[in-house]
Design a protein around this ligand. Structure first.
Ligand code: ZN
Length: 375
């Protein structure tokens, strides 16, 4: 082994730590205060000194805030935040890593890291291939064991959080939602390590490369079930001011949320297509059948098949994204000879039910009108 190997490892660890904690928006805005933001992107005049841009012309620098990557289209040069720092300061790679770590208050000593830092999900690394996904049966075993372990802990905070949003205990139980308080974090982590090989837990995304459970800030768990078994989890923070609000296992959302419940319904039953967990659970609380999209634009054509035998009604958010999606989904359904009726509420479903005492009756009437209307 070369002599500098330990130093390289330390540098690599520090780089990963930077990527875990850095806020890309504020980092890049420090250098490009006049950048225009659109969604998760910044567009701006490129400030990289060696590019020698005239300062006129089109903004050639594009920044992806989700992944923290920049690209200058005019000079066709790009990379991550560390590379950006190198270019802005004429620094070497190790100088950039050390300076950024200092700026972020990181220390190269493991003992000084907080539990939150050790629990942080692994940063996306473009240079590393994604690990091979686990077989579905193993994923399900991990999900089910995790949910069971969490359910053995005090559920009150999680139940109260959902109750404040009008979701009742019976619905929480039927949806298999689980919670654990932060004080149970180490115990939950240990139980999972006792039950599964670390490598499997890491491949599932439940654990990070530091061998810590990544569900640290996000402890209210929403399972996606197929044939009665959880195959994927999304978790929400119940605390205010935590970004991102959601955390999930590795891999994409596998299905509509609550799709498994459709198996129990008779053909021709009304099923609502809504956005997110809260809206889905709100309708379940009021005895309406519903499936949820994660984000308005998330419907995949292959998810339509299980809906084909129902009368499906969309009740997406009234914002532009929700309305655009509703129209697009009507076409998607129509292309397969299916009909998607549409309800337009003044608010999202959850607010509608919380604000109107007779919401269930109104919702029923709106549904009948929507189903009667011929497209
Ligand atoms: Zn440039």
């Amino acid at each position: 082994m070369p002599d500098d190997a330990p130093q390289l490892t330390a540098l690599r660890e520090l780089r990963d730590e930077i990527k875990r904690v850095i806020d890309y928006r504020s980092f890049y805005l420090r250098y490009c205060p006049n950048a225009n933001q659109s969604g998760a992107r910044l567009q701006t005049l490129c400030p990289i000194p060696t590019h020698r841009h005239s300062g006129q012309g089109h903004p050639s620098l594009s920044i992806d805030l989700t992944r923290g990557l920049f690209h200058c289209f005019s000079r066709d040069e790009g990379g991550d935040a560390i590379k950006f720092y190198e270019l802005m300061h004429g620094a070497t790679y190790s100088q950039a890593v050390c300076a950024l770590a200092r700026d972020l208050g990181l220390d190269n000593k493991r003992s000084t890291r907080t539990l939150a830092q050790r629990a942080a999900p692994d940063p996306m690394d473009e240079s590393q291939p994604e690990p091979e996904p686990l077989p579905r049966a193993r994923i399900a075993a991990i999900c089910e064991a995790f949910l069971k372990t969490c359910r053995a802990e005090e559920q009150t905070e999680g139940i109260n959080y959902l109750a404040r949003r009008g979701i009742d205990a019976r619905t929480i139980r039927r949806a298999g939602i689980a919670y654990f308080p932060r004080r149970a974090y180490r115990r939950v982590m240990r139980r999972m390590l006792d039950s599964f090989p670390l490598a499997e837990l890491q491949r599932s995304g439940l654990f990070n490369t530091r061998a810590h459970l990544t569900f640290y800030r996000h402890r209210l768990l929403f399972p996606f079930r197929v044939e009665g078994r959880a195959i994927y989890l999304q978790a929400r923070t119940t605390a205010a001011g935590i970004e991102p609000r959601w955390h999930n296992m590795r891999g994409g959302v596998p299905s509509l949320y609550n799709v498994d419940a459709l198996n129990e319904l008779p053909t021709g039953h009304v099923v609502y297509l809504v956005e997110g967990f809260t809206d889905t659970l709100t309708l379940l609380t009021h005895e309406f059948a519903a499936v949820g999209l994660v984000g308005a634009g998330g419907l995949k054509p292959e998810w339509l098949a299980p809906l084909a035998r129902f009368r499906v009604v969309s009740a997406l958010d009234p914002d532009a994204a929700g309305q655009r999606a509703a129209v697009a989904y009507e076409e998607l359904f129509a292309a397969r000879g299916l009909r998607l009726a549409r309800i337009a509420l003044p608010t999202d479903v959850n607010d509608f039910f919380r604000q109107h005492p007779a919401a269930a009756v109104e919702f029923q009437l709106l549904t009948e009108t929507a189903l009667e209307k011929r497209p």
